[in-house]
Write a protein that binds this ligand. Structure first.
Ligand code: ASP
Length: 591
C-alpha cells in the first residue's frame, strides 16, 4: 500500500505522526522561498512542504511537479504556524513535512482544471469523463449515489427482501419504449431484447415463492433522447407477494425515502409528511399534470363558466368545440412588460397553445388587458375572485382542448414558479398520485394503451367496466412524484391468467402474438401465482434531485450524451464484417 492515511482526514490530533500519503498534485505554489503543494485524494486535500536543508531531494521534486502528477509522500504531520492556518480547509490546521517524495506518474496538462469547478463544455467533460469524475462535484455525486444504494440495500434487507439478479439478455419487456435487440450467433435470425425493466422476471420470482425481491436493476429503453433520459438507466426494482392494496407498498416506500433523506441529505427538508395523496383527476385539475410540483401553489383554475357568455371570440370558439379555458395567477407579476408577456406567450406556444390571454391588476385595482373590453364587469370580478387576485397580480389564461391547456399551463406554472423563486432545491415535495385511468385511447393506433403497463391490475371495484366502459376503469397504479418529477411507479399486478388475457384483448393484442410473447407469464399464472405487487424507483433521478443537480448525466459515472453516444469510447461504432457474418446480419445501405 502506498498510503497509511487519507489526505483530507488529517487533523491536529495526528500532529507528530509519520504518514505515507498518495494522491494527485492539486496545486503547487511558491511562497517565501518555499514550495508548497496541495496533495489531493478522494477524501480531500492536505498541504505538503519540504525543507530544502534537511530534505533537498524532496524539495527538488516539489519544485518540479505539475498539477495532476501522482505522488507518494512520506513525512510527518505538523501544526501549521498560526498565521498560515486555513480555516476554509478541513485540514487547514496541519501540513505534512515531507522527507521522501516519489513520483508515481506524470500527467499531461488536463483539458480543463481539475482543482476548480469552472464551467466546461459538456462534450469535453464527457470525452474526458475520467478527469471530470476526479473533480469535487462529481466525486460527491458518486459517493452520494453509493450511499443511496447502500441505504436501500440495508433498509430492504432488514425487511426481509432478497436481492436477486435477473437477466439482461431476455425477451421483450415492454414499458412503452422501443427495445434494444441483441442478435444471437447460435440461433440465426433470432434476437434477445434487453429488458426495459425486470417487470416479468420479478413477477415470475413471486410465482417462484421468493415473496420479497429487490434489485438495483439496469433498464434499457431505446427512446429519443429528449430531456432527462438515458438509453440505460438504473431502477430500484421491487416486488412483494401476498399484498392486495397499494398501501402495502406505500407504507414501505414512504418511510424509506423519508429516512434516506434525513440520513443522507440532512440539509434538505421534506415539504409535507405524510406525503399528500392526489388522485390523477385532482392532480390534473389543480396542476394540469400528473407530476405536480407541490413546493408552491399557483394552482390552475377552470374559468369556463365565468367566461362562457363573453364576446371574446377565442373563448367562444373553444367553448363551442368542447374545449376549456383555464387560468393561473402569477402573483405579483403585474409589473411585467409587454415583452415579458410576449416571452410567456412564446413559451406556451411551444406546448401547443395558440395564445395567452392576460389581465394585469394595477396597484389601484384597475384592470389592464387587451381582452377586458370583451368581458363584462361582473366577469372581471368573478375572474379576480376565482383566482384570488390582488392588486399587482398578473392573470394568465389559455383556451384550447383540455390536453393543450393542461400541458401549456402546467409548464407555464413551473416557469413562473422558477421566476418567483418558489422552487427551492433543498425542499423535497413528495406526493403519491393514484387512481390513474387504466388505459388511454390511442387515436392513431385505434386501440387502448395502458397508462402503466399490461401487467397492472385494474382496481377490483372497476374490473366490471373492462368490457363495458374501459375509459372509466381505474388502475391500481401509484406514482411517487418529487418536485415535479416522477421518481417511482408501481401497481398491484394481475396474477390470474383469465384477467391477464382480458387485458391483452383490451389493448388489441392478438391472442396468438400474446402467447408468443407472454406465454410464459400466462402459463406461470396457472401454477399457483400468489397475489403480488411492487414498484420501481428511478434511481438516477432521485440521486440527481438529492445532489441538487440539473440532469441525470451528473450522477451517472459514464453517461451517454444527448444523442445517445458515449463520446469517450466513441460508441456506438461500426462492427467488423466477420462479426456481422457470424451474427447472420447484413447491413442495409441507408444512403
Ligand atoms: N416496471 C415498472 C416500470 O419500470 C414499475 C413497476 O410496475 O414496478 O416503470
Amino acid at each position: 500500500m502506498y498510503k497509511t492515511h487519507a489526505c483530507g482526514l488529517l487533523r491536529p490530533e495526528h500532529v507528530g505522526q509519520r504518514v505515507s500519503l498518495a494522491g494527485w498534485v492539486n496545486r503547487r505554489r511558491d511562497h517565501g522561498g518555499l514550495t508548497f503543494i496541495d496533495l489531493r485524494d478522494r477524501s480531500g486535500i492536505v498541504q505538503v512542504v519540504a525543507n530544502p536543508d534537511t530534505s533537498p531531494e524532496a524539495h527538488q521534486i516539489l519544485e518540479d511537479v505539475r498539477n495532476e502528477w501522482v505522488l507518494q509522500v512520506d513525512g510527518t504531520v505538523q501544526r501549521r504556524p498560526k498565521d498560515m492556518e486555513n480555516p476554509a480547509l478541513p485540514t487547514g490546521e496541519v501540513e505534512i513535512e515531507a522527507d521522501g517524495i516519489h513520483v508515481l506518474n506524470q500527467a499531461l496538462t488536463p483539458p480543463f482544471a481539475i482543482n476548480e469547478e469552472t464551467e466546461v463544455d459538456e462534450m469535453v467533460r464527457l470525452k474526458y469523463r475520467y478527469l471530470d469524475l476526479r473533480r469535487q462535484r462529481l466525486q460527491y455525486n458518486l459517493e452520494l449515489r453509493h450511499q443511496v444504494i447502500k441505504f436501500i440495500r440495508d433498509y430492504l434487507d432488514e425487511r426481509g427482501f432478497w436481492e436477486i439478479e435477473t437477466p439482461i439478455l431476455f425477451k421483450t419487456t415492454p414499458e412503452g419504449a422501443r427495445d434494444y435487440l441483441v442478435p444471437s450467433r447460435v440461433h440465426p435470425g433470432e434476437f434477445y431484447a434487453l429488458p426495459q425493466s425486470p417487470q416479468q422476471l420479478k413477477q415470475l420470482l413471486m410465482v417462484a415463492g421468493v415473496e420479497r425481491y429487490f434489485q438495483i436493476a439496469r433498464c434499457f429503453r431505446d427512446e429519443d433522447q429528449r430531456g432527462n433520459r438515458q438509453p440505460e438507466f438504473t431502477q430500484l426494482d421491487l416486488e412483494m407477494s401476498f399484498i392486495n392494496k397499494r398501501e402495502d407498498i406505500m407504507d414501505l416506500i414512504e418511510p424509506m425515502y423519508t429516512e434516506m433523506v434525513e440520513k443522507l441529505v440532512p440539509h434538505m427538508r421534506i415539504f409535507q409528511s405524510p406525503w399528500p395523496r392526489l388522485t390523477y383527476v385532482e392532480a390534473l385539475e389543480r396542476f394540469g399534470t400528473d407530476r405536480p410540483d407541490l413546493r408552491f401553489e399557483l394552482e390552475l383554475a377552470d374559468v369556463r363558466e365565468i367566461v362562457r357568455d363573453s364576446d371574446f371570440n377565442v373563448f367562444k370558439q373553444v367553448l363551442s368545440n368542447n374545449g376549456t379555458v383555464r387560468g393561473l395567477n402569477a402573483r405579483g407579476c403585474g409589473s411585467y412588460s409587454r415583452k415579458d408577456i410576449d416571452e410567456l406567450t412564446a413559451y406556451v406556444k411551444e406546448f401547443g397553445a395558440k395564445g395567452l390571454a392576460y389581465l394585469i391588476l394595477d396597484e389601484d385595482g384597475s384592470v389592464r388587458s387587451p381582452i377586458a373590453k370583451f368581458l363584462t364587469e361582473e366577469m372581471l370580478e368573478n375572474l379576480k375572485t376565482r383566482l384570488s387576485a390582488k392588486p399587482g397580480d398578473l392573470l394568465l389564461f389559455v383556451a384550447d382542448q383540455a390536453e393543450v391547456v393542461n400541458e401549456s399551463l402546467s409548464r407555464l406554472r413551473l416557469l413562473i414558479g422558477d421566476r418567483l423563486g418558489l422552487r427551492d432545491p433543498d425542499i423535497l415535495a413528495f406526493c403519491w398520485v393514484v387512481d390513474f385511468p387504466y388505459a388511454f385511447w390511442d387515436e392513431e393506433e385505434q386501440r387502448w394503451e395502458p397508462s402503466q403497463h399490461l401487467f397492472t391490475s385494474p382496481l377490483p371495484e372497476d374490473i366490471h367496466l373492462l368490457d363495458t366502459d374501459p375509459a372509466k376503469m381505474r388502475g391500481t397504479q401509484y406514482d411517487v412524484v418529487l418536485n415535479g418529477d416522477e421518481v417511482s411507479g408501481g401497481s398491484i399486478r394481475i396474477h390470474e391468467r383469465e384477467l391477464q388475457e382480458r387485458i391483452f384483448k383490451l389493448i388489441g393484442l392478438d391472442p396468438e402474438v400474446a402467447r408468443e410473447r407472454f406465454g410464459h407469464m400466462l402459463e406461470a399464472f396457472e401454477y399457483g401465482a400468489p397475489p403480488h405487487g411492487g414498484i420501481a424507483a428511478g434511481l438516477d433521478r432521485l440521486v440527481m434531485i438529492m445532489a441538487g443537480e440539473p440532469n441525470i448525466r451528473e450522477v451517472i459515472a459514464f453517461p451517454k450524451n444527448q444523442a445517445a453516444r458515449d463520446v469517450m469510447a466513441d460508441s456506438p461504432s461500426p462492427a467488423e464484417a466477420e462479426q456481422l457474418e457470424e451474427l447472420h446480419l447484413r447491413l442495409i445501405d441507408k444512403k
